[in-house]
Structure formats: C-alpha cells, structure tokens
Design a protein around this ligand. Structure first.
Ligand SMILES: Cc1cc2nc3c(=O)[nH]c(=O)nc-3n(C[C@H](O)[C@H](O)[C@H](O)COP(=O)(O)OP(=O)(O)OC[C@H]3O[C@@H](n4cnc5c(N)ncnc54)[C@H](O)[C@@H]3O)c2cc1C
Ligand SMILES: NC(=O)c1ccc[n+]([C@@H]2O[C@H](COP(=O)([O-])OP(=O)(O)OC[C@H]3O[C@@H](n4cnc5c(N)ncnc54)[C@H](OP(=O)(O)O)[C@@H]3O)[C@@H](O)[C@H]2O)c1
Ligand SMILES: *[C@@H]1O[C@H](CO)[C@@H](O)[C@H](O)[C@H]1NC(C)=O
Ligand SMILES: *[C@@H]1O[C@H](CO)[C@@H](O)[C@H](O)[C@H]1NC(C)=O
Ligand SMILES: *[C@@H]1O[C@H](CO)[C@@H](O)[C@H](O)[C@H]1NC(C)=O
Ligand SMILES: *[C@@H]1O[C@H](CO)[C@@H](O)[C@H](O)[C@H]1NC(C)=O
Length: 579
C-alpha cells in the first residue's frame, strides 16, 4: 500500500503494534550519541523534580524518576488522580467564542498580588462576595472537568491500556467503561502511595501550577526553576480558601495532557450566530448525556472520535442527527471512525457559513441546513501551557521560527508544540520536559521509555547530544513530518517503530556505558491483540453513506462505500504489513 497513506485510527489502536521487538529498524551509529565531546552539559545538578499533572503520564514520570533516586513532587489541580478519566457530570461550560489566544486556552493564570508575602491566602464566602463568582464556580475552573461523556468506553483494548506491571484482572472487558479506568488509575496511584488519601508529601492535590519561571543564584546565573502554585480548598459548599506559594525545583516535567484547550474554529458567521443564539453552541468537552437533546435537531461538527462518538450516543433520542465532515486535505484525525456511525446519522460536507439572520447554515456544497437547534463543535483541542507564558508566541505563523537570539517558543498557533528534542526535552533548556503529548499513540505504554529517558538523562546515566545537534536533529524531524501543524505530533506507525527502536538503542547503550535502567521491552502479543480488537471494533455491516469527495480518501481511494468489514480488514492488512 502506498506510503502516503496516513494511519488515523483512534488515539492509538493499531499503533501499538509498533512497539514490538520482533522487527528492527537499522539505526545510524551517530544517532545514539556516543561522541564523547559532543553532548549536553547541564548548568546545574538535578535532584529535585516537579511533575505537573497526576494522570496517566504523571504516574509514569513519577515512577521512573523516583526509581532513579530523584526527589519528586507532583502538583495536581484536581482533588483526585486520573486526569481525563476522572469523570464528572459537571462540565466546564462554553469556551470563549471565538478562540482565545492559545496561551490562555485552558485558563488564565491566577497569581498573588505582586510583592505580596508568601504564602498568600484569600478566603471567599458567597454571601459577601461581590465578584459574581461562586465558590462552586471557582472550584470548577480550578480543577477543569474533561470531555468524557457518561456512556464512553475506551477505544483501546484493556490489555494495552495499562501500566507495565499492573494488569487488569482476568476477565475484565476490553472495552473499558470510563469509570473502571478511573478506578484502575486510582488503585495504581494508591499502590505508589500517592493517592489523595495517602497524605504523601510527594503530591499536592487541589493545586494548580500557575507559573513556571527560571530561577537564578546569588551570582545571577540560571539555577533551576521556580513554580508559583495555587491551592484551592473548599471549606463549605459556599466558601473556599485560596493559597499561593512558590517552590523551587531543578527540573520540571509537564504531564498536563493534550486535551485541555478546546478548539472553537472561526467558521464564518459563527461569532454572529453565537451572539444571537448563545445557548445553541457547545464544544464536545461539555457533552455528557443525550437526554437534553431529546427530539432536537443537532449538528455535530468534526469527524474525530468525539464527533462520531457523540453522534452515535445521541442517535436514539434526537429528531435530526447531522454530522459535518470538512474533508480537509491534510487530516490526521481518525475519519475512519465515520465508518462506525449507525444508520440515522446524516453525514454532510463542511460548513461554508452560518447565517444567523435566517437561522440557516450554508454547507460547502451550496445546500442549507435550516432547522438546527444545537451545534456541538467536536473540533478537538489546542496545545496550551498557561503556566509557561514565556514560551508562547502566537504571532509566529506557520513554519516561521522565533527570533534567533531568543529562546524558541514551545506553542505558537496551538495546533502543535515545538522546539523539543524527540518531543520530550526543551532544547534550549533540557531541564524542562514534556511527556506523552503525541497524537495516535497509546499513552499508557508510549510514555514509559520517555520517562526512563528523563530519569537517565537527569541522573547522568544517559546523555543528550549537544544543543546544536539537538536542533539539527529536531529540524530534520520537523521536515520529515511535513513542517509545523497538527500533524507534527501525529506519529504514523512506521515512525512509531523507528522511535521505539531509537529509544531502546539509546537507553540500552547508555545503560551498558553508564549503568542504570534499560529500556522497557514491549509486549510481543500486542500485534495479535490489535488484530483481534480491530476486527471486532471496526465491524459494521451497515455503515452510513458518506458524501463523495474528489479527494482521495484514506484507504478508500475514490470509492467511498466499502463494505465495512472489508474496510476493517484492509486497515488491518495495512497495519500488519511489513512485519
Ligand atoms: C474524550 C476522550 C477520550 C479518550 N479515550 C481514550 C481511549 O479510549 N484510550 C486511550 O488510550 N486514550 C484515550 N484518550 C486520551 C487520554 O488523554 C489518555 O488516555 C490519558 O488520559 C492521557 O493522560 P495524561 O496524564 O497525559 O493527561 P490527562 O489525563 O489529561 O492528565 C493531565 C493531568 O494534569 C492536570 N493538570 C493540567 N494542568 C495543570 C496545572 N496547571 N496544574 C496542575 N495540574 C494540572 C489535570 O488536572 C490532569 O489530572 C481520550 C481522551 C479524551 C479527551
Ligand atoms: N474512547 C473514545 O471513544 C474517545 C471518544 C472521544 C475522544 N477520544 C480521544 O480524545 C482525543 C480527542 O478527540 P476529538 O475527536 O475530540 O478531537 P480530534 O481527534 O482532534 O478531532 C477533531 C475533529 O474536528 C475537525 N476540525 C478541526 N477544526 C475544524 C474546523 N475548523 N472546521 C471543521 N472541522 C474541524 C477535525 O478535522 P480535520 O481532521 O480536518 O482537522 C477532526 O475531524 C483523541 O485522542 C481521541 O482518540 C476517545
Ligand atoms: C564529535 O563531536 C565534535 C564536536 O561537535 C566534532 O568536532 C567531532 O568531529 C565529532 N566526532 C565524531 C567521531 O563524530
Ligand atoms: C419526543 O417526541 C415524541 C413524539 O412526539 C414523544 O412521544 C416523546 O415523549 C418526546 N420525547 C421527549 C423526551 O420529549
Ligand atoms: C439566508 O441568508 C443568507 C444571507 O442573507 C442567504 O445567502 C441565504 O440564501 C439565506 N438562506 C435561505 C435558505 O434562505
Ligand atoms: C514573537 O514573535 C514575533 C515574530 O517573530 C517577534 O517579533 C516577537 O519578538 C516575539 N515575541 C517574543 C516575546 O519573543
């Protein structure tokens, strides 16, 4: 099959097939950095590490860093671990329309007054608070409920959606209900003594990181990082306490997840429509249950797992169920999920313009939708790190870089993050790292070798190449991914294979040279598991009709209506070819 074909299943499914040991990608010797005179030397010793976020990725990072003997502290804004998998009926409410700057797409940092002695404490009581913000709203914004809905189950099978050394009990369903994932995560956090009821000094719950900035020693030299954090304690349903303080660290791991900043696309007329019918627009992050849409006509925008999953969930109850698929030239989202839609859903082409004056929606094929009650923008998320404002620069467009005499930005337009070696270390200061924010990978296992790499590099049992070499390798990588955009973080299966091989070779060679841990070997059963899973997951004997398109569709060529079992098989044949 042609090499341009982009694999875009779920955040994962078949991608795990790549973490096998049964095949090898030859590595160039220089790729594993054995040149003794060309490696990065850290400006300060690394002993104390902050991890931001207590989801899947925070745990993986914590475990490896502690194992390597580092002093680790996690900060988690929510009251329990689990991240995305801490479901709540409560939602965050409508994101701003139009999109705000990516720097504040998740939250606007809340800082203590300048020069206030720390810790700084403020009490709020709804009875005498004149800000118009209730304590319940303060808490909701502080912890930020995620976009998981009540009926959601995993789209990755249980045997692959687990931490190394923590198996699901035999007989567990492969389609994991989100509540079970939440319980699983809590149990593993308990295993490591860092659940919310463990009172561990190594984790601070209810604590949001507001600012991460460089620290300087008494000679003015850079010497680590200072975090400004805010803890929000609920004292009663109508009162709360905010407390700010700072803490110093030598290194920082950002494990805040990928789906925090909703993307509200600036489709023509949307702003005016929103002004006129403010309640009619939602983002998929706000969706929980179908009942509130009973007998309504709903338009879902997007074709990813959220759009298709919500459409299917709504289907039994709504009057009209329309899904708008924009058929973009360069989609890296899993349009293959369209094949799973049940009968009753009308898939239409992209939106040309909203017309609030006559409440019609004009599609790109010239037709109109005229009876839509709600629009659910299932248009994905943007990369955003509000606590790192110094590394955001939204005036940099497309493939431009930042001013060369300045540290390079990490977020520009929010479609991707950048300036990281191997999507892990910030090249201009590799004591700042980001874990597990690639698309199309299985977070649970993908993070493992990345976490080992962080632990080894920061404790001196593996080396990073020099800054110059990292920049060169990084630029080659960006070029090979096709430049800057959402696709930069999307790792096609062939590349996953290369990346896993790279990490194994690098970390194992380093372990041989300098001691310490080796890379985690991958599970040889994964490919067959995925085969079985994929066949079951993608089987749909009666798929809906998709609008035709001139553009060659992934896997389908010009042929849109393919038998879906056949389709599933062709997908699998593609993924398993070459083994
Ligand atoms: C709707 C939905 C369905 C999904 N389904 C699947 C699936 O079926 N299979 C699969 O493998 N993956 C799925 N995913 C991907 C999911 O993101 C991963 O499974 C996993 O949860 C990622 O873990 P994480 O720790 O990287 O991020 P998260 O789970 O997002 O955890 C990040 C943590 O960081 C905390 N945090 C963020 N900012 C701050 C701050 N400033 N200060 C302190 N704490 C902070 C958050 O509160 C959160 O607890 C899904 C994602 C979504 C949105
Ligand atoms: N377990 C589950 O069942 C489940 C359910 C939901 C989500 N998830 C996971 O959650 C993550 C996020 O998924 P998601 O579906 O929310 O986001 P997503 O995968 O990024 O999909 C966003 C969709 O919106 C479209 N879109 C973006 N901008 C648009 C615009 N301006 N106009 C029209 N369409 C636009 C995209 O089209 P293009 O492709 O053209 O950009 C894409 O179809 C994924 O990892 C997914 O696997 C899992
Ligand atoms: C090692 O790195 C140094 C400094 O970058 C370079 O001059 C030298 O040629 C390299 N040696 C090898 C064998 O690549
Ligand atoms: C939806 O409409 C049908 C037919 O008019 C009606 O029987 C049903 O009760 C309605 N459901 C809701 C939840 O309003
Ligand atoms: C709605 O209004 C727009 C703009 O005025 C117009 O172009 C469009 O034809 C109208 N749609 C219908 C169905 O009348
Ligand atoms: C942001 O990028 C623009 C364009 O390159 C540049 O002019 C500006 O100085 C940058 N801002 C910061 C704070 O680096």
């Amino acid at each position: 099959m042609a090499a341009w074909v982009v694999f875009s299943l779920c955040a994962a499914s078949l991608s795990l097939a790549l973490t096998q040991t049964s095949f090898q990608v030859p590595l160039q010797p220089e790729q594993i950095h054995q040149n003794d005179s060309d490696y990065h030397q850290f400006k300060w010793p690394i002993r104390k590490v902050a991890v931001i976020g207590a989801g899947v990725s925070g745990l993986v990072a914590y475990r490896e860093l502690v194992d390597a003997g580092l002093d680790v502290k996690i900060f988690e804004r929510d009251e329990v671990p689990g991240g995305v998998w801490h479901y709540s009926d409560e939602t965050q409410g409508q994101p701003p329309i139009p999109n705000v700057d990516p720097q504040v797409a998740d939250f606007v940092p809340s800082l203590p007054p300048p020069n206030a002695p720390l810790p700084h404490v403020v009490y709020h009581n709804d009875r005498n608070d004149n800000t118009g913000v209730t304590s319940a709203e303060r808490w909701r914004d502080h912890r930020a409920p995620h976009g998981v809905w009540a009926s959601l189950t995993s789209n990755v099978p249980a045997p692959l959606m687990k931490f190394n050394r923590h198996e699901w009990p035999p007989g567990s369903p492969w389609n994991i209900p989100h509540l079970n994932l939440q319980r699983y995560l809590r149990s593993v956090y308990s295993f490591y003594g860092i659940n919310a009821n463990d009172r561990s000094p190594h984790i601070s719950y209810n604590t949001r990181v507001e600012l991460v900035e460089k620290r300087h020693d008494s000679f003015g030299n850079e010497h680590g990082w200072k975090l400004t954090v805010k803890k929000l304690e609920r004292l009663s349903p109508s009162s709360c306490k905010e407390k700010w303080w700072t803490e110093d660290f030598d290194a920082v791991v950002v494990a805040t997840g990928t789906f925090n900043g909703p993307n509200m696309p600036n489709i023509p007329g949307l702003i005016e429509w929103h002004r006129r019918y403010p309640e009619s627009i939602l983002h998929s992050r706000e969706y929980r249950r179908p009942e509130m849409f009973a007998n309504h006509s709903v338009l879902i925008v997007g074709a990813g797992p959220s759009a298709t999953g919500i459409a299917a969930d709504l289907n039994p109850l709504v009057k009209r169920n329309v899904l708008s698929w924009r058929q973009s030239e360069r989609s890296n989202t899993p349009v293959v999920f369209l094949n799973l839609l049940p009968q009753g859903i009308e898939v239409v082409v992209g939106i040309h313009q909203f017309h609030p004056e006559n409440r019609t929606i004009e599609l790109s094929d010239g037709t109109f939708l005229s009876d839509i009650d709600e629009i659910i923008l299932s248009t994905g998320y943007r990369y955003t790190f509000p606590f790192l404002p110094q590394y955001h620069n939204s005036s940099i467009k497309g493939n431009e870089e930042g001013p060369q005499d300045q540290p390079q930005p990490i977020v520009t337009d929010g479609t991707h993050f950048r300036s990281l070696w191997r999507d892990l270390f910030y090249i201009d200061e590799p004591t700042l790292a980001f874990i597990n924010q690639n698309l199309n990978v299985v977070t649970f296992t993908w993070g493992e070798n990345f976490a080992i790499a962080l632990a080894k590099v920061w404790t001196g049992t593996a080396r990073l190449p020099s800054r110059q070499t990292m920049w060169k390798e990084y630029r080659d990588w960006v070029a090979s991914q096709g430049g800057y955009g959402k696709w930069l973080l999307f790792i096609k299966w062939q590349k996953q294979e290369e990346i896993v091989s790279f990490f194994s070779s690098w970390l194992n060679t380093a372990a041989y040279q300098f001691g310490g841990k080796q890379a985690t070997p991958s599970d040889p059963n994964e490919r067959e598991l995925l085969n079985v899973w994929g066949r079951a997951f993608f089987a749909n004997s009666n798929p809906v009709k998709l609008p035709s398109t001139e553009r060659k569709q992934q896997f389908g060529g010009h042929q849109q209506q393919v038998d879906s079992l056949e389709y599933a098989h062709s997908l699998l044949a593609y993924f398993t070819s070459g083994y």
